[in-house]
Design a protein around this ligand. Structure first.
Ligand SMILES: *[C@@H]1O[C@H](CO)[C@@H](O)[C@H](O)[C@H]1NC(C)=O
Ligand SMILES: *[C@@H]1O[C@H](CO)[C@@H](O)[C@H](O)[C@H]1NC(C)=O
Ligand SMILES: *[C@@H]1O[C@H](CO)[C@@H](O)[C@H](O)[C@H]1NC(C)=O
Ligand SMILES: *[C@@H]1O[C@H](CO)[C@@H](O)[C@H](O)[C@H]1NC(C)=O
Ligand SMILES: *[C@@H]1O[C@H](CO)[C@@H](O)[C@H](O)[C@H]1NC(C)=O
Ligand SMILES: *[C@@H]1O[C@H](CO)[C@@H](O)[C@H](O)[C@H]1NC(C)=O
Length: 927
């Protein structure tokens, strides 16, 4: 599709009288050499790039993702790498020349023509340096060189500085390299429990030489903020008000006196809707800001996936001089929506509805509460320069296919590039965004805070116009984990570290964020108990609640992990809260993914290579001789599989390994399904629970992790189960272990009531109907964003005289209703399964499963001819990435199911259809 460039576009052709010569040299078009300090290694480089990628392309190193290269390539992270350009030929004589870097990772010393230009120390800032005098005195064709220091070495050196900040032992979340909190670099580059530690270095974002004539300016960044008149951050606005469009541009060069701003708003067909001058202009010599009222009736709303259309507009902002000549312009694609995190006090009206007191914690889109369904997005690769738009499009297509409407873009990776927000704008995926801090406490030295201010200002202005931007959080697991750890290990220092936490996440970040944007909500920490007070007459309007809790009241979000698989399906152990922003359990990737990364001889469960790619738990110094903790993480997966499912014991070692990997995925998916249906049911319970974002959407590499989608895009069992349980209307069983009380609920996240019927039928594993004395059907009326109980029974009562290990309850629901913002009535249907005993004890029978491919319908036909098939799994070979329309379902004896598919990437020339296999849990019992 045609893509609007959201970077600044200089309209040189429009710059008439005032202008003269100017030139923009894209430094990606220049030849680069990458060398180490003594030049014993010197290879061709790219820009944007990172040293590992260029060394790999030059065959100096092996694939960083292969085997144990996470450990073997530490020498790359511990070296300096200098990127040196070829001679920069085509420069012109101009009055001013700038170097503009959109991202340098991380510590650099920059030289032009042999002269020092500057040093940098923040991966997330845009840097620009005027180099006119260096260039003017350069005798030959100038050469640019950027010397990247070793981030792990520099982090250690900063930590060792006299008087440096310290924290109580155990507070820093330590994975592989220590001291990440001292530096402004992707925190997971130093290792995380789901990823490797490469600590890459290089010019990871585009860079330019900008040459300007007298009076020329170049737009290096811009801000567009669209909000309802009177709107304030974190507060639901009045939806009847008109829109305010506030725009601001940051320039290289100097704005002429009395500059002004024009705007032009186009619809998706490029028809002009509105245009004119912005009013209330304020400016410095490099930044100019203005605003205009956009009448509500002039534009249509943007909605998230499943709630309405993703209406987008093109906005052009022109800078004009005092004679109204256009001297620069920038275009951004925008949308009109309000999205607010409502953390307000539970109202009397809500109390009257039975909602527990305390505070809300949910999102509202265009004034509507909705159920946030989604997952956590981590860095999709350890090396960002190889993350392409097509890879993210494929991943995000899986997000919407999986019935998700929100991703939490986890703090401690990198700020998402604009193309990621652009795709989310188009697909209706809300991006809960975070500043890049997590699982540590951070310094508050003035230079550190200044560095963060610049970072926040650049990033907030760069992305604020995207309608998919849902929210900003200060960082990951700060209040609920970091301050909690301080309280546990050094309670007498809690006040000090809380004050330091507020200095960074409230006093430093809030003025910059709220100074740029009135459209966005902020909370300093994911997870927290929310704010205690919000008052815009204070310099920093947010006061956090912390442990200021009233018993019986509910506050904030929940973050829940429990690796004791014995309680996995005991819903009484799940947190009761307003919103679940993290929860999960790890599983193995598929055999197909393992084969991309490990040698055939390592394809067994506890091979050292497989174990060392499992980074859970963080041992605080994982290395090739330190296995103790990784064994614990491996055992959690195998114990869970053994406890809850029949486990494989196959003669063929690779088939056995593959079956074990798959069984760990079944447990993972089963556990998440159990939690998601519980959290969704909470929308109609006293907690008024309105969101579940599981940990985690996708993999950064091939390893045992919490992901639902593997590194190459292949769906694990989890992503299919999440797709199923994130449908708008679901039916789900809840068994209370102690009382054996079974309840079945229908839960809906539609915005209007739905009515229909639920059916209940008991079978044994051979497929015979059992005459168990529960109702066979129940009428259903489920309210908007609500839940309703449709069956209640005591299983020890109704199953007396039956063998619990040979009894299965099939439940389905059919209701008529309407999707949000639609007046088309449609049928919503969902099926679910309840087994009274764990599947590890079930009297499974051979279901006689078969699969065939129909060329005429392009569908696979799966049949269970002899018995009930549990966790039916269609598998496909390596060389193709696709997803089936449905997978991991159950089939009744004699039942047939047709299944379509979507191919994302095929290198088999279509041959894969002949290699699709089908299996179910029964297959685990076959040697
Ligand atoms: C880059 O190097 C290649 C091969 O040495 C050469 O053909 C090309 O002209 C160079 N490009 C520039 C912009 O210097
Ligand atoms: C390594 O890089 C850092 C940052 O650019 C620089 O300060 C240092 O002098 C470099 N060391 C060497 C040996 O090049
Ligand atoms: C812009 O203003 C700043 C201070 O306000 C001043 O230091 C700087 O020299 C000015 N730049 C130009 C190009 O006039
Ligand atoms: C709208 O204009 C942009 C920028 O000129 C162009 O890329 C795009 O193709 C146009 N879209 C339509 C629908 O004409
Ligand atoms: C311009 O400023 C005035 C005075 O503060 C305010 O009333 C008006 O709403 C502003 N206009 C816009 C478009 O922001
Ligand atoms: C590996 O880690 C262990 C435990 O942290 C440590 O004692 C040992 O020195 C480390 N070995 C190497 C080679 O770094």
């Amino acid at each position: 599709m045609a893509r609007w460039n959201t970077q600044a576009i200089l309209t040189a052709s429009l710059a008439s009288a005032a202008c003269c010569q100017q030139k923009i040299l894209d430094l990606s078009a220049v030849n680069w050499t990458v060398s180490n300090s003594n030049s014993s290694i010197s290879v061709p480089g790219q820009l944007p790039s990172q040293a590992h990628l260029d060394l790999y392309a030059a065959h100096v190193i092996d694939d960083p993702y292969y085997g144990l290269n996470d450990f073997n390539l530490r020498w790359v992270a511990n070296s300096n790498w200098t990127y040196t350009s070829g001679p920069l030929h085509d420069l012109i004589n101009s009055s001013t020349t700038w170097l503009l870097f959109n991202g340098l990772d991380t510590f650099t010393s920059i030289e032009l023509c042999g002269k020092h230009v500057a040093s940098t120390n923040n991966q997330f800032r845009q840097y620009f340096f005027e180099v006119s005098s260096i260039l003017n005195s350069c005798v030959s064709s100038p050469v640019l060189s950027i010397n990247f220091g070793s981030a792990p070495q520099i982090a250690n050196a900063i930590a060792a500085e006299p008087g440096q900040e310290t924290w109580p032992t155990g507070v820093e979340g330590l994975f592989e390299f220590p001291n990440r909190q001292f530096i402004r670099k992707e925190q997971s580059d130093f290792g995380w429990d789901w990823g490797p530690a490469f600590a890459p270095a290089g010019p990871w974002q585009p860079a330019y030489v900008i040459q300007l004539g007298p009076g020329n300016i170049y737009i290096r960044n811009s801000l567009v903020d669209i909000y309802r008149e009177g709107q304030l951050n974190n507060l639901p606005p009045d939806q009847t008000k008109n829109w305010v469009l506030n725009a601001s541009v940051d320039c290289l060069g100097s704005l002429p006196p009395n500059s002004a701003l024009n705007y032009r708003l186009l619809d998706s067909k490029n028809s002009t809707i509105l245009h004119g001058r912005l009013t209330n202009i304020t400016s410095s010599n490099t930044t100019i800001t203005g605003s205009v009222i956009i009448p509500d009736r002039a534009v249509s709303l943007w909605w998230p996936n499943g709630m309405g259309p993703q209406t987008l507009y093109h906005l052009t902002i022109e800078v004009v001089d005092s004679s109204s000549s256009v001297i620069a312009s920038v275009s951004k694609r925008v949308g009109f929506r309000t999205i607010v995190l409502n953390e307000g006090v539970i109202t009397q009206e809500q109390l009257d509805q039975g909602i527990a007191p305390g505070n809300n914690w949910h999102f509202e889109i265009n004034g509507h509460e909705f159920y946030a369904k989604g997952s956590n997005f981590i860095p999709p690769d350890a090396f960002w320069p190889r993350v392409t738009e097509s890879r993210i499009r494929q991943l995000f297509d899986s997000v919407t296919a999986g019935n998700q409407n929100m991703l939490r873009v986890w703090a401690s990776g990198a700020y998402s590039p604009d193309f990621i927000y652009d795709l989310a704008d188009e697909l209706g995926i809300l991006l809960w965004s975070e500043f890049e801090f997590g699982d540590a406490l951070y310094p508050i030295a003035p230079e550190f805070l200044d560095n963060v201010r610049e970072e926040v200002n650049y990033q907030v202005r760069r992305v604020n116009h995207h309608p998919s931007l849902a929210y900003w959080a200060g960082g990951n697991e700060l209040e609920n984990l970091e301050l909690y750890l301080v309280k546990a290990v050094a309670p007498d220092q809690l006040d000090r570290y809380t004050a330091e936490y507020e200095k960074l996440f409230l006093q430093t970040i809030v003025p910059v964020l709220f100074g740029n944007s009135r459209s966005i909500s902020y909370s300093p920490s994911s997870t927290s108990n929310g704010y205690l007070e919000l008052n815009f007459s204070w310099p920093v309007p947010i006061v956090e609640r912390y442990q200021n809790l009233t018993p019986g009241s509910l506050y904030g979000e929940t973050d829940y992990y429990n690796y004791d698989s014995a309680s996995a399906f005991n819903f009484g152990s799940y947190p009761v809260g307003r919103f679940a922003n993290e929860f999960g359990y790890h599983s193995m990737p598929s055999l197909q993914s393992w084969r991309q990364a490990v040698a055939p001889s390592d394809l067994y469960f506890n091979s050292s290579v497989i174990q060392l790619r499992n980074h859970h738990y963080p041992p605080g110094g994982l290395n090739t001789t330190n296995f103790a903790n990784t064994i614990k993480g491996m055992a959690e997966m195998t114990l869970a599989a053994q406890r809850w499912y029949p486990v494989p014991n196959k003669a063929d070692p690779v088939a056995n390994f593959s079956a074990w990997c798959h069984t760990t995925q079944i447990f993972q998916a089963d556990f998440y399904t159990s939690q998601i249906q519980y959290y969704r049911r909470g929308s109609g319970m006293r907690e008024r629970q309105l969101g579940s974002l599981y940990w985690q959407l996708e993999d950064i590499w091939q390893a045992p992790t919490w992901a639902g989608i593997e590194y190459d895009g292949r769906w694990k069992v989890l992503h299919y189960r999440a797709k199923d349980i994130y449908q708008p209307v679901i039916i789900s069983p809840f068994l209370e272990a102690e009382t054996q009380n079974l309840e079945v609920y229908v839960t809906s996240d539609l915005w209007s009531p739905a009515t229909g019927l639920a059916n209940f039928t008991w079978y044994d594993w051979s497929g015979n109907r059992l005459n168990i004395s529960t109702p066979t059907s129940a009428p259903v009326t489920v309210g908007a964003l609500n839940t309703t109980r449709v069956l209640q029974a005591n299983t020890s009562g109704v199953l007396s005289g039956y063998d619990a290990a040979n009894a299965i309850l099939v439940m389905d629901v059919f209701v008529e209703g309407q999707m949000p913002n639609s007046n088309v009535t449609q049928t919503f249907k969902h099926t679910n399964w309840f087994h009274a005993a764990p599947l590890s004890q079930a009297h499974l029978v051979d279901p006689g499963l078969s699969v065939s491919y129909s060329k005429t319908t392009s569908k696979f036909v799966v049949k269970a001819s002899k018995g009930v098939a549990a966790w039916v799994w269609l598998d496909y070979p390596a060389g193709v990435v696709l997803n089936f329309d449905s997978n991991t379902f159950w089939l009744l004896a004699g039942q047939t199911k047709e299944i379509g598919y979507t191919v994302k990437n095929d290198t088999t020339g279509g041959q894969w259809v002949n290699e699709v296999t089908v299996q179910s849990l029964w297959d685990n019992t076959i040697p």
